[in-house]
Design a protein around this ligand. Structure first.
Ligand SMILES: [Zn+2]
Length: 52
């Protein structure tokens, strides 16, 4: 089951931090990343959460 994340991420298009809600992915190296969309422009934003 997918874990969700709610918080801030930097949008490269707006050049500002945006509140977003996304899905947490765990990479092969065990790094957790939240992936979502900027609510303003719709660009994909990522936030590295670090190791679990
Ligand atoms: Zn944006």
């Amino acid at each position: 089951m997918a874990e969700t994340y709610k918080g801030e991420a930097y949008c490269v298009k707006c050049k500002e931090k945006r509140q977003f809600e996304g899905i947490v992915n765990v990479s092969d190296s065990g790094r957790r990343m939240a992936k979502g969309k900027c609510p303003v422009c719709g660009t994909t934003v990522n936030r590295i959460l670090g190791k679990a």
